[in-house]
Design a binder for this molecule. Sequence first.
Ligand SMILES: Cc1cc2nc3c(=O)[nH]c(=O)nc-3n(C[C@H](O)[C@H](O)[C@H](O)COP(=O)(O)OP(=O)(O)OC[C@H]3O[C@@H](n4cnc5c(N)ncnc54)[C@H](O)[C@@H]3O)c2cc1C
Ligand SMILES: NC(=O)c1ccc[n+]([C@@H]2O[C@H](COP(=O)([O-])OP(=O)(O)OC[C@H]3O[C@@H](n4cnc5c(N)ncnc54)[C@H](OP(=O)(O)O)[C@@H]3O)[C@@H](O)[C@H]2O)c1
Length: 260
Amino acid sequence: MSAAPEAKFTEEKVLWVKHYTPKLMTFAITRPEAYRFSAGQFSRLGFRDGEGFIWRAYSVVSAEYADTLEYFTVLIESGPMSAKLAAMQAGDTILLDKTATGFLLPERFPDGRDLVMLCTGSGIAPFLSILEQPEIWQRFEHLVLVHSVSYAGELIFNERLAALQSHPLIGEFFSKFRFIPVTTREETAGALGLKRIPALLSDGTLEAASGLEFDQENTRFMVCGNPEMVKDTFQALLDLGFAMHRNRIPGQIMMENGFS
Ligand SMILES: Cc1cc2nc3c(=O)[nH]c(=O)nc-3n(C[C@H](O)[C@H](O)[C@H](O)COP(=O)(O)OP(=O)(O)OC[C@H]3O[C@@H](n4cnc5c(N)ncnc54)[C@H](O)[C@@H]3O)c2cc1C
Ligand SMILES: NC(=O)c1ccc[n+]([C@@H]2O[C@H](COP(=O)([O-])OP(=O)(O)OC[C@H]3O[C@@H](n4cnc5c(N)ncnc54)[C@H](OP(=O)(O)O)[C@@H]3O)[C@@H](O)[C@H]2O)c1
């Protein structure tokens, strides 16, 4: 499917939509042959809206090599795009900006042994894509994913993450992986409970749960989610002696606001 050749977007077809809770959904759309992205980047998705358009950013959940593009969204009460997505059905048309963007890219770290991915809510999306890239599993000795949500019912990716152990490209490396769910408003079996990520970093709980020693030489952090969480987590990591990664001044922390 395509719009006029000079357009900055293409018209894609919604292939499927899955609702998990009233506010959590995933969906997939057709992928144009020319669409390129790196795991960790986001697409701009849109709809025609009256005389104009509505556009919002969504991190790609799919692997770079996937035939379709999958996304995960948290529906916001009274949110204009959320209303469109909530009503969307398979077969509908959705607009895809031709260019994917974003700098939450693990390959930007020139070194490091252990990759620790810290996220809240929909901030898990880029990490689901990153975790489907075999080169990440080859490159790092340990991969830790920490996902914080308010309630256990929002931990909808447990089975998908567990299924990585039989993934044809990744299964052999699966023992490198540790998933640490966090539920902040209730105690949940198998999850850390009632504390947010910055506090869990500061008091050493996350380090202990990961089975690793967090240090400047070996540990690299990627952070995505609620902007307040990104800010507070950055501060907690600074307090622990880590520094922002910049291309010219390598450090240990890379981050992206999952919304703003
Ligand atoms: C780089 C980037 C990547 C993004 N990736 C995703 C993604 O993968 N999945 C996703 O659901 N959203 C993502 N978003 C947010 C998304 O672009 C929309 O803002 C969101 O879907 C809500 O749109 P809306 O029009 O309904 O409400 P808006 O008018 O856009 O937002 C209203 C308010 O809702 C809150 N909010 C917005 N998005 C979220 C969210 N995801 N979780 C919790 N609260 C939120 C904010 O406080 C915001 O001010 C991303 C945003 C950015 C900037
Ligand atoms: N009606 C309600 O009670 C209610 C509740 C939540 C969400 N919502 C709706 O859902 C949307 C939010 O979606 P969401 O729950 O996925 O996103 P979220 O509010 O960003 O929460 C996701 C996770 O981030 C944590 N978090 C929030 N701020 C943080 C910070 N400064 N530092 C560390 N962790 C932090 C939350 O902890 P906490 O649980 O401690 O906040 C939770 O574990 C809202 O816009 C609203 O529409 C409604």
